[in-house]
Design a protein around this ligand. Structure first.
Ligand SMILES: [Zn+2]
Length: 59
């Protein structure tokens, strides 16, 4: 079964990494609006994915 949440989490991770490697405004301490959006999407999906991992381990 394809893991949709995991796929979206990985895609967001790649998108964020692709942005920060090409963007001249994003640094370790500051993000441009696009980088911030990409980071927030990645962080949200990562939280959801890790939370689900924890739930599954408890069963
Ligand atoms: Zn940026």
């Amino acid at each position: 079964m394809p893991d949709d949440l995991y796929q979206r989490y990985q895609a967001a991770h790649r998108a964020h990494q692709a942005h920060t490697t090409t963007c001249t405004h994003c640094t370790d301490t500051a993000r441009c609006p696009d980088g911030q959006r990409a980071y927030e999407l990645f962080a949200r999906l990562q939280d959801a994915y890790l939370a689900r991992q924890r739930d599954q381990r408890r069963r």
